[in-house]
Ligand binder design. Sequence first.
Ligand SMILES: [Zn+2]
Length: 279
Amino acid sequence: MPELPEVEVVRRGLDPWVRGARIVGVTVHHPRAIRRHLAGANDFAAALVGTKITDTRRRGKFLWFPLDSGDVLLGHLGMSGQFIVNDSAHTMNRAHLRVSFTFEDDTQLYFLDQRTFGGLWVEPGAADGTPPSIAHIAPDLLDPAFAMAPFAAALKGRRTEIKRALLDQTLISGVGNIYADEALWRAQLHYRRPTASIQSSELDALVAAMREVFAEALTAGGTSFDALYVNVNGNSGYFDRSLKAYGQKDRPCPRCGTPIVREAFTNRSSFYCPRCQVL
Ligand SMILES: [Zn+2]
């Protein structure tokens, strides 16, 4: 599943292609991809054709493109969402094609989604630039709107375990299971530590660790990025090369050599070092 760094790689990759582009055609190939656009495919297309995309934005795992009409085109990649520009290499699997866009300069933008948990929709923009349907999503660590003091206060007030808090998109967005485990390992915090017990210095270390893993993942995503093929697959170079804890069950902790432990966590897993990350 794409997490924040993968979605940011997609935003950066799309930006030079879509910013300033005028949409002249929209085809919806599968209604499920626009199910959040309640007025349907014809209305979705009508709201977009003739408009110009003025910017590319992201919060957590949501992408949005402000339009010169005042509306915004929103997108979420879900489990398997993908954008492809022009498909010059003919690598696109048309069975997964959900929505096609044609721009005034004949550029083609395709939205593909094998499992169709993702989707696109149009809604009116808000005065502060944040689309109404994602106003409840907290800023992420790459967002200039992120501020440490309100985050720390909200976290302490939540009275839960630290990893559950990190995955709560109303506290901080964009942190998924993999990046939570990696950041907690770096900060040497057990995933079940009660939020009320976390000291300011520990929280600072945790936020710094999250910024580090995001930065490394963005670098890795950037290196595999092809300008003509904007891709998200959850298997970026970062996942293969740099994971210290996540998916490393029974392998030695890179810091102390103790075998990494895997425990069930909600319907997923938590990976941690039992020596470096003591409860
Ligand atoms: Zn260790």
